[in-house]
Design a protein around this ligand. Structure first.
Ligand code: SF4
Ligand code: SF4
Length: 62
């Protein structure tokens, strides 16, 4: 199981992660990326980590 953390202070609101997440758990809330789906569905693929222009994501394996 993986835990996704988003540093919203660094989020520039590009929404790239929302479209790319294969688990479809990311969304935009007040122009910041957030986990809006079931966080337990995160696959740990780190697609979000790779594409975020501002290193907002941290993925930890639990
Ligand atoms: S690690 Fe993969 S599944 Fe998890 S939030 Fe990022 S893109 Fe989505
Ligand atoms: S890719 Fe990064 S900067 Fe863009 S919306 Fe997602 S968290 Fe924010």
């Amino acid at each position: 199981m993986f835990m996704v953390t988003i540093n919203q202070d660094k989020c520039v609101g590009c929404a790239s992660c929302v479209d790319a997440c294969p688990a479809k758990i990311l969304g935009m809330v007040d122009d910041k990326a957030d986990v809006i789906g079931d966080a337990a569905d995160c696959m740990g693929c780190e697609t979000c980590v790779g594409l975020c222009p501002n290193e907002c994501f941290t993925i930890m394996e639990l």
